[in-house]
Design a protein around this ligand. Structure first.
Ligand code: NAD
Ligand code: TYD
Length: 351
């Protein structure tokens, strides 16, 4: 039996990860810790206790608090820590950078410290989930490789780059067994409806214009969340200590292409609904410091880990748009604030 700790798994990528790993690795047990911020939703983990029994546990813990982190890592030994917990939204980081420093930088160092203090340095692998945004922006040509210098633009990416540096420092200084993955933009079910794809689906269903920043020509490399999670698992199982692996899917799209595809898919799926009107794109003020293009060269992950994304963009987007249509209750509860009321009730006013 392997025992792993997963932080931030009430969020989008982590919850998909935990569901997948409990199915794919029947001899693993998982402790999830999450602070349940606005982005963490216990509903994303529903049914896991019933399905997997003692192999799945949840504890509320805030990685910004040393005492929370120590309590989790003091008394149990883990074979691995998968660190997903983060403040993850660029636009929020522009409005208020400090929480990003507290969670992404201080929170990560708190975790690293507790692993160093209480875990077996050689026996606990620390898998740090990072992002291609740490490399900054590309022009029309070229790709990020693992040796591209870090050059972050937003407070979000600056905080992630800082946390990457601490992870590397803990490997070099204390010989912690660390692996960093830097993935491109994820899409799929359970993504918080502030990110481009679910946000546009929600607006379209409410008959609102779709706000595209600037001229909409900014490019992102898009990957289905299951492919990212398979890459994370491969990095944990096959990655070399102290290494960084870029996870990309060679699937570059500009924002207009994405939004147009969403309009097409929704129009097809909703064609019999008289209350659905084809939404319009509205070009709005650009995001400050908006990175023009992200694109990853995943050659190292392909050759060293055997990484190979399986979900085509066409199929993945079809399934994703359908998921948000079929799970309207999930995102409507979140945006109506009902979910935060529930957390308050469950955990008291501090929630
Ligand atoms: P998310 O915002 O959906 O989820 C983040 C989770 O972390 C939430 O459950 C939240 O409650 C939890 N959390 C936040 N602050 C915490 C704290 N102080 N203590 C404990 N838990 C806390 O984010 P996501 O999109 O699932 O991203 C997960 C990870 O993947 C992040 O580290 C992010 O940087 C990285 N990443 C995301 C993408 C993407 O496209 N979304 C791409 C590459 C890398
Ligand atoms: P986002 O999902 O916030 O991810 P990131 O900024 O981490 O790449 O945004 C993806 C792209 O979509 C990015 O270029 C910004 C753009 N965007 C819009 O044009 N309008 C929007 O309302 C949002 C949320 C994003």
């Amino acid at each position: 039996m392997k025992k792993i700790l997963v932080t931030g798994a009430a969020g989008f990528i982590g919850s998909n990860f935990v569901r997948r790993v409990l199915d794919l690795r029947p001899d693993w047990e998982i402790l999830v810790v999450d602070a349940l911020t606005y982005a963490g939703n216990l509903e994303n983990l529903s049914g896991l206790k019933e399905k997997h029994g003692a192999r799945y546990r949840f504890e509320r813990a805030d990685i910004r608090k040393t005492e929370d982190v120590e309590k989790v890592l003091r008394d149990e030994k883990f074979d691995g820590v998968f660190h997903f917990a983060a403040e993850s939204h660029v636009d929020r980081s522009i409005l208020g950078p400090l929480t990003f420093v507290e969670t992404n930088v201080l929170g990560t160092v708190n975790l690293l410290e507790a692993v160093r203090k209480y875990q077996d340095i050689a026996g606990t692998r620390f898998l740090h989930i990072s992002t291609d945004e740490v490399y900054g922006a590309l022009g029309k040509d070229g790709f990020f490789t693992e040796t591209t210098p870090l050059n972050p633009s937003s407070p979000y990416s600056a905080s992630k780059a800082s946390s990457d540096m601490f992870v590397l420092a803990y490997h070099r200084t204390y010989r912690l067994d660390t692996v960093i993955t830097r993935c491109c933009n994820n899409y799929g079910p359970l993504q918080f409806p502030e990110k481009l794809i679910p946000f546009m689906i929600k607006r379209a269903l409410y008959g609102e214009p779709l706000p595209v920043y600037g001229d909409g020509k900014n490019v992102r490399d898009w990957i289905h969340v299951d492919d990212h999670n398979d890459g994370t698992l491969l990095a944990f199982e096959k990655g070399k200590p102290g290494e960084v692996y870029n996870l990309g899917s060679r699937c570059e799209k500009n924002n207009i292409e994405i939004v147009t595809l969403i309009i097409e898919k929704l129009s097809a799926l909703m064609r019999e609904r008289e209350d659905f009107r084809t939404p319009e794109i509205a070009f709005v003020k650009d995001r400050p410091g908006h990175d023009f293009r992200y694109a990853i060269d995943p050659a190292k992950a392909e050759s060293e880990l055997g990484f190979s994304p399986a979900v085509s963009f066409e199929d993945g987007m079809e399934r994703t748009v359908r998921w948000y249509l079929e799970n309207r209750g999930w995102w409507e509860k979140i945006i109506s604030g009902e979910y935060m009321e529930f957390v308050k009730k469950l955990y008291g006013e501090k929630g």
